[in-house]
Design a protein around this ligand. Structure first.
Ligand code: MSP
Length: 674
């Protein structure tokens, strides 16, 4: 592993405001940089804006301002957005910076002096949208394949970079370095592009008579530099090439782009570097598009999503998590609020949030919210503990390896194996039973082990969800250092993955945790979603029952029969009823029935269950949230006024009205009543 790590995003055109697609690339770059910081590497992260070319001139004209005023404005919007999305770049590069211009001219001078730039005449189909010439062969029905517009045929004298000279070397380099361009599908695409023989030398100038808004060629003042040749050089101008300290420390780095700009990054850029005698980048990481309603976002289709609005509405870290978890890196993905809500509820509210809330509230009850002072040294570990530790170590190892290979979705899934295992471990170890039995030795080991594993989860989530990770660590009595940087503390990957006793014994834990409240599905999704959830909940319960006894499997039938048989019940009959303590985590009035309240009840399962109860005349929804209740948990699901109820809340009727049955003191959701 190299001691330094340099990551870049594309520098974005300033002819449009930043949208969800730009935010994705920049958030991924930020996460990658934080991840490498966590590995103990020295990191550098550059983003910026691409401000030359025809497109910008046209946009400025349309806005009625000078190109410089125009680019200053939009570049400022990009720069102001990133910190609001938790992005911490080290340098913001602009192609109109004097330092960048000087680098472009020095680079052009070097390649020209080496004989790889020549003057010639050229005729081609020019697309302003792409800022490039197309050959006849590349057009589709005479139209630009990207913009579906008719390009203008232009014949003019220009400067050319001898790109074709370096193509055999490039193909060889790609073959010898399998992850130079990744994922593989893009590597194959580039190899096919080179092998097709369709690539020629690259026209790198525009006559000033046609376009003035660019960087002047150092060897001919009548020409400006082609925008792509200029833009790609940002990756080294940002490091102060040729003799800046940053260049020495961080080049070669790696790039992050979407598939739309594969060719300039995979073909133009490495050949440019080779011609100038510079080392090529380590990796080109190529992702797909975020689609909205199955199409790429575009202003004209009116489906452009504002990333800040999404982050403000759903929480920045949840949004960042969704981005990395829901896109298989390399493939396209669909963005929708429904998908975002489903992901937040399943992974963050249920799995992660629930884990923190359960364990911390148990620690409050049983060990006075202090990290138990007990060594996890093998002698006091049970078989279950050892299995959990092994699983935790392999989950973290897989996470690190997958993240390093830009397979973010799989990496997070690997980490979630640990989150899910921890939730299961709580159920199996039943700390409440250990407490009841006065087995404090075992209880403290169980709690300490879970807290240590939760610390692992928090640390490794920091690249993706920096704010939440900081909150989780704080709740675990281990706040991040004020600098909020891990890089300063050497954390070599293996040592980090294998160390387990990092918490400070006696440190104060948070008495409770509510990291991710469950979100409501948008109105039109509700009915459908609930039906699905009912099916899922049932399947989940059946699965949960597998490890217990067969009696739960036909319990629905038994419960349905019981109201009609008020006579004597055998003990076996009674045993068929699964009574549990539940915690009401959300409550609302049924939209179509005055007497009904709809509850989300936490029974210590994967997800809270929906249970309907006809008690609206006695209680308001608000007063019941947080209350514990007794629930018949194995009642067959029933649909009541369009909503599925998965259980029954027990009440006692008396002269004064109606009371909810509840345990005498606070107990974990899901505790069995017998
Ligand atoms: N200025 C050039 C890049 C020069 S880099 C030397 C450019 N700019 S751009 O503003 O069009 O940005 C393109 C990039 O924005 C994509 O490669 C990708 O990183 C991001 N995205 C734009 N739309 C996107 C989606 N719909 N989905 C995912 N990423 C998207 O090209």
């Amino acid at each position: 592993m190299s001691s330094s790590y340099y990551i870049t995003t594309p520098i974005y055109y300033v002819n449009a405001r930043p949208h969800l697609g730009h935010a994705y690339t920049t958030i991924v770059a930020d996460s990658l940089r934080r991840f490498h910081e966590l590995l103990g590497q020295r990191t550098w992260f550059v983003t910026g804006t691409d401000e030359h070319g025809d497109k910008i001139v046209q946009a400025a004209e349309a806005a009625g301002v000078t190109p410089q005023a125009f680019v200053d404005g939009v570049s400022g919007q990009f720069r102001a957005l990133w910190p609001k999305l938790g992005i911490r770049h080290d340098h913001f590069v602009r192609t109109t910076d004097a330092a960048h211009k000087a680098v472009v001219q020095a680079f052009l001078g070097r390649v020209h002096a080496a004989g790889d730039i020549y003057f010639g005449e050229f005729g081609g189909h020019y697309c302003t949208g792409c800022e490039r010439f197309y050959t006849e062969k590349e057009l589709e029905d005479g139209l630009c394949p990207q913009h579906k517009t008719k390009p203008e045929f232009i014949r003019e004298r220009n400067y050319f970079f001898r790109m074709s000279k370096y193509l055999p070397w490039l193909a060889d380099h790609i073959r010898k370095h399998p992850d130079f361009i990744r994922p593989e599908r893009y590597r194959n695409e580039v190899l096919a592009m080179i092998e097709s023989g369709g690539l020629e030398d690259l026209c790198i100038s525009r006559p000033k008579s046609r376009l003035e808004w660019g960087i002047e060629l150092p060897f001919d003042r009548d020409y400006v530099c082609y925008v792509w040749f200029d833009a790609l050089l940002n990756y080294i101008s940002a490091l102060g090439w040729p003799d800046g300290e940053g260049y020495d420390a961080f080049w070669p780095g790696e790039h992050l782009v979407a598939k739309d700009i594969l060719k300039p990054h995979a073909v133009f850029w490495p050949t440019m570097l080779k011609a100038a005698g510079l080392p090529v980048y380590r990796h080109l990481n190529v992702h797909g598009y975020w689609l909205v309603r199955e199409t790429k976002m575009s202003k004209s289709l009116g489906n452009v999503v504002d990333p800040l609005a999404v982050a403000e509405r759903y929480g920045l870290d949840a949004f960042r998590y969704f981005f990395l978890r829901d896109m298989q890196f390399g493939a396209d993905a669909s963005f929708s609020e429904e998908a975002l809500i489903a992901r937040i509820n399943a992974d963050l509210a249920n799995d992660l949030g629930n884990l923190f809330s359960r364990v911390l509230s148990m620690a409050a009850k049983y060990v006075d919210s202090r990290v138990p002072d007990v060594a996890l040294d093998g002698a006091n570990l049970s078989e279950d503990d050892k299995v959990l530790l092994e699983l935790a170590e392999s989950a973290v190892r897989n996470y690190v390896q997958l993240f390093d290979n830009v397979r973010f979705s799989q990496a997070l899934d690997a980490l979630w194996e640990l989150v899910r295992a921890l939730n299961k471990y709580v159920d199996v170890q039943a700390p409440w039973a250990l407490f009841k039995a006065g087995n404090m030795d075992r209880l403290t080991v169980v709690l300490r082990l879970m807290l240590e594993c939760m610390r692992k989860v928090a640390v490794w989530l920091w690249p993706v969800m920096p704010g939440t990770a900081a909150a989780m660590l704080e709740q675990l009595g281990q706040p991040l250092p004020a600098s909020e940087r891990f890089g300063s503390a050497p954390a070599p990957e293996r040592a980090e993955a294998l160390r387990w006793d990092e918490l400070t014994p006696g440190a104060a834990l948070a008495p409770s945790s509510n990291l991710f409240p469950r979100l409501e599905a948008p109105a039109e999704q509700k009915e459908q979603g609930e039906d699905r959830a009912a099916g899922k909940g049932k399947a989940g319960r059946e699965k949960a029952g597998q490890g217990k006894s067969g009696r739960e499997n036909n319990a629905g039938k038994a419960c349905a029969a019981s109201p009609e048989t008020p006579g004597e019940a055998s003990f076996a009959d009674f045993q068929k009823i699964d009574l549990r303590v539940g915690t009401i985590v959300a409550a609302e009035k049924h939209p179509d029935a005055d007497k009904l309240l709809c509850f989300q009840v936490d029974l210590g399962e994967e997800a809270p269950r929906q249970i309907l109860s006809g008690i609206a005349e006695h209680f308001t929804p608000e007063e019941l949230v947080g209350r514990q209740v007794c629930v018949v948990a194995n009642l067959a699901p029933r649909k009541i006024r369009g909503r599925v109820s998965q259980g029954m809340i027990l009440t006692a009727e008396h002269e004064g009205g109606l009371s909810l049955l509840a345990p005498g003191g606070l107990v974990p959701g899901g505790s069995r009543i017998s």
